[in-house]
Every structure is written in C-alpha cells, then in structure tokens.
Ligand binder design. Structure first.
Ligand code: NAD
Ligand code: UPG
Length: 469
C-alpha cells in the first residue's frame, strides 16, 4: 500500500538536513516536518534568528515555515516514534583510524541513528538514506534495524535518496533540481510502494520527468560517481592550468574553447587553487577505497589521482607565492582574501585556504585573513597551532594595510568591486596579487602597478625573472 506521508522526521540538522527539510516544509504544507539533532547548540540556533548555517534564501523559508509545519528539536526519539518517514542526514566523514583510515566512510553516526530508529519504532517506517554512503550501506542498515527492533511486526523499507545540492546555491538547487534520484527495492510490491510514497512527496514541486528511480545500489553509487566526475573535471582543468603557465597558453581561453563542444559543456571548468568542501575529497576517497576492496586497483588509482592533482594544485600555488616574492616570505604580511571553500557560504570544510595558509606559514609568513562570512572562531579551529602567525580582520582594507601580497582564495563577488587603487596605496611595494580564483581584472591591476600572478595565465616577465625561468 502506498502511504501518503503526513509526518517526516529528519535525523541530522546540518547543511543538508536543514535546507532540504525547509524546502519540503515549504512545498508540502500538509506534511509535518521535524528536524532532530543530538547537538543542542545547533538546534537552538535553528530555533533562533541566527541560523547555524549561511545559505542565500534559507532564512526566509525557515522563518515562513518554522512553528507551522517545520520544527527543530533534540527530542530525537519522540520525533522518530511519531513519523512515518525518517530521513537520515547525519555526517559520514572519512575514517580517521582503523581499517580503511583516511579513505573509507565512517558510518558510526549512521549506525547510531539506525539503532535509535530500531529501538523506538512501534509502527512501520520508511527510512530514507540522505547521507552520502558507500554502496550497499542500505543492506547493512536493514540488518541493524531488523535485529534491534523490539516491537514485532514493524516493517522498515529503506530507500536511497542522495542529495545533489551544492552549498551557496542550495535553495535554488532544491527548488529546481536537475533530478531527484530515488533508489529502492523495486522488485517487490512493498519496495515499489515505499518508492512511490517518496516520489509523491517530491512530486509536490518537482516535475515527474525529473524524479528518477533506480535500484538501491545504483542510487548509492550514482552519488559517489557524480561527485567523482565533477571533481575530475576540476582536476582536469587544473592540470591544464599548469601546462598553460609553462607554455604561454591561457586557461580561460582553453576552458572556453573546450566548453563550446556540446559533448563537454561549459560548466565546472573554472581553474582554481583547488576544490574544497566536505564532499569531493571524502567521496572520491570512499569510492576509490570501495574499488580497492573489490580488487579494482587500477580503477582506485585512477580516482586517487583526482585528489592527487588537487593537492598538487594547492602546493603549486604556495610555491608560486614563495618564488615570486624573491624566495622568501619570512615575516612578510600576506593577506588572504576569502577563507570559505567557495563563495556564498561560511563553510570552511577542506577549504584550500587551510592548506595554502599552512604552507605559507611554514615558510615564515604572517597571515592576515578576511572573509565576509567565516567567523574568527572557525578560522582558529581550522588553523590550530598556526594561529600564532595569523590575524583575522573584519575589514578588507585593514587586512591589506602594509601587506606585501594578497592571495585570493575564495571567489566572493565583493572582491571584484573593491577599490584596487586604494588597496595598492596601503600595501608594501612591490605589491603582489596572487589570484587563485581568476576573478579579478588583471590588466587593470597591472595598470595600477601590481605584480599579478593569475593561475593558468601567461606568466608576466617580472615573475619569470624572479623565479628564474
Ligand atoms: N554539505 C553538503 O553540501 C552535502 C551535499 C550533499 C550530500 N551531503 C552528505 O549529507 C550528509 C550530511 O552532510 P552535512 O554537510 O549536512 O553534515 P553536517 O555535519 O552539517 O550535519 C550532520 C548533523 O548530524 C548530526 N548527527 C550525527 N549523528 C546523529 C544522531 N545519531 N542523531 C541525531 N543527529 C546526529 C550532527 O550533530 C550534525 O549536526 C553527509 O553524508 C554528506 O556527505 C552533504
Ligand atoms: O569549476 C569549478 C567548480 C567548482 N570549483 C570548486 O569546487 C569546490 C566544490 O564546489 P561545488 O561543487 O560548487 O560545491 P559543493 O557544495 O561542494 O557541492 C558538491 O558536493 C555536494 C556534496 O556531495 C554535491 O551535492 C554537489 O552536487 C557538488 O557540486 C569548491 O571549492 C569550488 O570552488 C572549482 O574550483 N572550479
């Protein structure tokens, strides 16, 4: 029987759980949506005026739905017990210790959520895997649920519904997704009914042709594969950026020419100081580890190389900064504009600014960091011991005052509209700009007097002679 869902619980009130549930609440006023988390501060923030995450458009939707059909609570057990459908959107980070450490996904939080579901469920539940998980996780979770449920006759149907939103554009991505993918046990009637129940939820705003169904394992693997393909494009264009610098080609022109081929397409071809974010590296390592476990060493190595190229790009950037500045940055103030892993988010997980910052500090630099959305406390947490060489600023011009160089680490729009003449005036000379995001007007900066290094662009004579090539 297809259940027309009227109550949903989501375990995990993070970057995925919060925005996705806010969207369901907005589009499905007939469904009561309760988002639960074990973190009291996170739930308090969701219930306050200062939401725990910054995402354009999120505030308005939460304010519109909260208290009506959208609720945030730490009463995990109560919310599970009274809901028909449970989304699990907990974190699945890379394992830090034990078997597969540094590669495999850590499913501790997932399993703990499953055990809680089993313990408190007295009625049938449809369980939706929203977290990104290794292929065949649903199988393991089903066993945990069945073996731990104390009430006889309770049925659990497990679906895979991976999330494809990108941070910074989450609300637009959720409003009009390219596709919604639902995996289930579509060979049996009950599995088919469970899939239909979730399809029915999304059909409230997503056109039917964009809701695609698959078997469980295909859905789980598609998520890992999608991230691997996206990251591979960035590593591919970044590999070209190194070759462009060596040959005098211009990576933006190369990317434009590539993107005009309709088989390649123009998106995700922006060369950068490296991809960051909580997903790409974690999911590729997880994918490669799964390949290793199946004895597919060559396939694993292929995907590891995507992460390897990303590390190379970050190291290469640090080397450029050091060699351009006469091979010494000791005690020089270097300003980092941007710390978040991309614009329009305050998220710093795996941000390239962290590795680049550590690299510069290792060479003796004093860092001045300005980011419009990242808090000082977050930077301190990410940089740890390095903080003794870092000052954070609330104003970009103060961060830039007396700096020898500026490194653009995040593509925030506001950096483009700064008065770069004024900035030149307050910096030490020669004043260097290292554009790791290719967002500034390099010709104009050179006219002002800056020495400019732009990733993947022809190297200017001053830098070539400083670097001895
Ligand atoms: N961040 C993204 O843009 C994104 C996009 C698509 C998919 N994903 C995937 O979605 C999942 C969640 O990612 P996120 O960025 O939202 O993580 P997050 O760390 O922001 O949020 C996870 C939340 O789950 C809570 N939690 C953990 N165990 C719990 C439990 N047993 N009971 C209740 N709450 C619990 C944590 O306290 C935390 O608040 C991951 O698997 C990730 O790979 C993330
Ligand atoms: O051409 C590009 C595009 C992106 N990036 C960088 O790549 C990283 C990731 O960007 P993006 O993919 O836009 O953001 P995420 O929020 O990490 O989203 C990715 O990871 C999510 C978590 O799995 C998926 O849901 C999304 O589909 C997938 O795009 C960021 O550092 C970007 O600056 C580039 O360097 N060049």
């Amino acid at each position: 029987m297809v259940v027309k869902v009227t109550s949903i619980c989501c375990i995990g009130a993070g970057y995925v759980g919060g925005p996705t549930m806010a969207m369901i609440a907005l589009k499905c006023p007939h469904i009561k949506v309760t988002v639960v988390d074990i973190s009291q501060p996170r739930i308090d923030a969701w219930n306050s005026d200062e939401l725990p995450i910054y995402e354009p458009g999120l505030d308005e939707i939460v304010k519109q739905c909260r208290g009506k059909n959208l609720f945030f609570t730490t009463d995990v057990e109560g919310a599970i017990a009274e809901s028909e459908m449970i989304f699990v959107s907990v974190n699945t980070p890379t394992k830090k210790t034990g078997l597969g450490k540094g590669k495999a996904a850590d499913l501790t939080y997932w399993e703990s959520a499953a055990r809680t579901i089993a313990a408190v469920s007295k009625t049938n539940k449809i369980i939706v895997e929203k977290s990104t998980v290794p292929v065949r996780t649903a199988e393991a979770i089903e066993k945990v649920l069945q073996r731990n449920c104390n009430t006889s006759g309770v049925r659990f149907d497990i679906l895979s519904n991976p999330e494809f939103l990108a941070e910074g554009t989450a609300m637009d991505d959720l409003t009009a997704p390219d596709r919604v993918l639902i995996g289930g046990k579509i060979e049996g009637q009950e599995g088919t009914d469970a899939v239909a129940s979730l399809v029915e939820v999304y059909a409230n705003w997503v056109p039917q042709e964009r809701i695609i169904t698959a078997n469980l394992w295909s859905a789980e693997l598609s998520k890992l594969a999608a991230n691997a393909f996206l990251a591979q494009r960035i590593s591919s264009i970044n590999s070209m950026s190194a070759l462009c610098e060596a040959t005098g080609a211009d990576v933006s022109q190369v990317a434009y020419a590539l993107g005009k081929d309709s088989r390649i397409g123009p998106k995700f071809l922006n060369a950068s100081v490296g991809f960051g974010g909580s997903c790409f590296q974690k999911d590729i390592l997880n994918l490669a580890y799964i390949c290793e476990c199946h004895g597919l060493t060559e396939v694993a190595d292929y995907w590891y190389s995507v992460v390897g190229m990303n590390d190379y790009q970050k190291n290469r950037f640090v080397k450029r900064v050091v060699s351009a500045m006469f091979n010494t940055i000791r005690n020089k103030k270097i300003c980092m504009l941007g710390f978040a892993f991309k614009k329009d988010t305050g998220d710093t997980r795996e941000a390239p600014a962290i590795d680049v910052g550590n690299g510069l500090i290792e060479d003796g630099a004093r860092l001045a960091i300005y980011d419009p959305k990242v808090s000082d406390a977050q930077i301190a947490m990410d940089m740890g011991a390095g903080m003794s060489n870092i000052t954070t600023y609330k104003s970009h011009i103060e961060a830039l005052r007396d700096a020898h160089a500026v490194c653009v680490m995040t593509e925030w729009d506001e950096f483009k509209s700064y008065d770069w003449g004024e900035i030149y005036g307050v910096m030490q000379k020669p004043a260097f700009v290292f554009d790791g995001r290719l967002i500034l007007d390099h010709d104009k900066l050179r006219e002002i007097g800056f020495i400019v290094y732009a990733l993947g662009k022809p190297i200017e004579p001053f830098l070539r002679s400083a670097e001895g090539n």
